[in-house]
Design a protein around this ligand. Structure first.
Ligand code: NBP
Length: 477
């Protein structure tokens, strides 16, 4: 019997598209799903096209059959709901596996779960890989951005197959990389998702201001965003913003769909994971966390509506003529997004140091150039800036190519935050992007004042600027 190159468990949106992607690149892949009818349906729908593309999809209704169909060492991708289902699948697989087999969790698992699973399987002579995959349904089918964590030998074993299915970066290279051991791949994917939250929040702040202060209708905002996407803000998210804003409401046949969508944002929690982890590690990722909070406050629609009746007096919009404001906004978003990447990269660096991961921020920027939700021209700028500087892990604000950009665009970020705030529209992500930049690049902050207060009420001591040591003052005498 011809054996399959790979196995995949979980035939929902991501798993089925990933399996089709492998098959379309000539791989033979066995698939299994808990609910067997989905496996049968999948094979019925896609096996003949897979064959035409030079690959093969093989359905299995039981684990024994599934395992026996795989070549050794077995490479098994799990693409099921994150959390306990992953542990459940691993437990079911274990009796069938042999030392050297590789189990790959390609879902959005929390990196600490990945670290635990890595160690548990290592103790049994098995390899466990935590693989961050970004790009949603379309990416899974046509090419995602892939961040792999695990043992280097697992990477070497999987590299050819993953390179075949990954998206391409700006130079045509596959958007897949070995990030580091254990949970490193899922960690970097978690930070990617946090950045995704912040970028979307900044875009929604720009949308809100154009809508409220300039009274622009969705297609007019779409025109502005379309121009942005043709320039330095070129990105997947600005590209898809245009059809989202232009879509008429098919249901009522009146107006635009965006105006009918309830202003309550959902989330799967990965942004909050990044924020909690940053708090634990003492790293500031304010724009990411503000984006998480913005979704939280959006969820309390009823309370917002009730309170809005008590506070009707919004400030009058103070605005510049639109043609003057648009280039400022474009520059502000650009600087804000760089600041947001700097926050995410600071978190990655701190974690890499604490966990002893040898991460490379040029390479991480590179694999985000294609396939993933945050793919953008800016990622190529960050990748090249790190590469040219030769420093793979310094603060983004210290990288020479970025210093000049921030010097050029931060004044416009400052102007936009001022104008928008004064008009009564909230800009939590953009404002904190500015504050983060200002604080991270400030010689002096106001923390001396905090230390004075802390020493007064709690004798917490303080350090002095003119001599070493810890000091306490008896403030009351
Ligand atoms: P879902 O997250 O919706 O999970 C559905 C799959 O999990 C089905 O195959 C289901 O089998 C299986 N499953 C469940 Br639920 N519990 C199971 C259990 N106890 N044992 C075995 N199988 C179980 O699928 P998805 O949207 O394709 O996402 C898969 C992973 O990829 C998730 O971790 C997700 O966060 C991540 N991800 C998703 C996207 C996206 O755009 N959707 C993007 C990037 C990453 P059944 O058919 O028998 O119910």
């Amino acid at each position: 019997m011809t054996q399959s190159n790979l196995g995949l468990i979980g035939l929902a949106v991501m798993g089925s598209n990933l399996a089709r992607n492998f098959a379309s690149r000539g791989f033979r892949i066995s698939v299994y799903n808990r609910t067997n009818s989905k496996t049968n349906e999948f094979i019925k729908n896609f096996s003949s096209s897979a064959k035409k593309q030079g690959g093969a999809l093989v359905g299995a209704s039981e684990y024994t059959e599934f395992i026996q169909s795989l070549e050794r060492p077995r490479k098994i991708i799990i693409m099921v709901k994150a959390g306990s289902p992953v542990d459940g699948v691993i437990a079911e697989l274990l009796p069938h596996l042999e030392p050297g087999d590789i189990v790959i969790d390609a879902g959005n698992s929390f990196y600490k779960d990945t670290e635990r699973r890595f160690l548990e399987l290592k103790a049994k002579g098995l390899h466990f890989v935590g693989m961050g995959v970004s790009g949603g349904e379309e990416g899974a089918l046509n090419g995602s951005s892939i961040m792999l964590g695990g043992a280097p030998e697992s990477w070497r074993e999987l590299q050819p197959a993953l390179e075949a299915i990954a998206a391409k970066d700006f130079s045509g290279e596959p958007c897949v990389t070995y990030v580091g051991p254990g949970g490193a791949g899922h960690y970097v994917k978690m930070v990617h998702n946090g950045i995704e939250y912040a970028v979307m929040q900044m875009m929604s702040e720009a949308y809100a201001f154009l809508k409220i202060a300039y009274n622009l209708k969705p297609p007019a905002i779409a025109d502005i965003f379309e121009k942005f996407s043709q320039g330095k803000l070129n990105s997947f998210l600005f590209d898809i913003a245009v059809p989202v804003l232009r879509r008429p409401d098919d249901l009522t046949k009146k107006g635009f769909l965006i105006d009918k969508i309830l202003d309550r944002a959902g989330s799967k929690g990965t942004g909050a994971w990044a924020s909690k982890d940053a708090l634990d590690r003492g790293i500031s990722i304010t724009s990411i966390t503000e984006a998480v909070y913005a979704r939280s406050i959006s969820a309390s629609k009823e309370s917002r509506v009730a309170l809005s009746k008590l506070y009707k007096n919004k400030l009058a919009p103070k605005k510049l003529p639109l043609p003057k404001f648009i280039p400022l906004l474009e520059n502000a978003l650009y600087a804000g997004m760089i600041s947001c990447y700097a926050q995410g990269y600071d978190l990655i660096q701190k974690t890499a140091t604490e966990e002893k991961w040898d991460l490379n921020l040029a390479e991480i920027s590179r694999v985000w150039e294609g396939g993933c939700i945050i793919r953008a021209k800016l990622l190529n700028v960050l990748h090249k800036a790190y590469q040219t500087s030769g420093s793979k892990n310094s603060s983004l604000f210290a990288v020479p190519g970025i210093v000049s950009l921030m010097k050029k665009y931060v004044p416009d970020l400052r102007a936009v935050v001022g104008v928008v705030s004064a008009s009564g529209v909230s800009t939590p992500a953009l404002a904190t992007a500015l504050f983060y930049f200002q604080d991270a690049t400030s010689k002096e902050l106001s923390a001396n004042f905090i230390q004075g207060l802390r020493d007064y009420f709690g004798a917490h001591t303080y350090e002095r600027t003119d001599r070493p040591g810890n000091f306490h003052t008896n403030w009351i005498s």
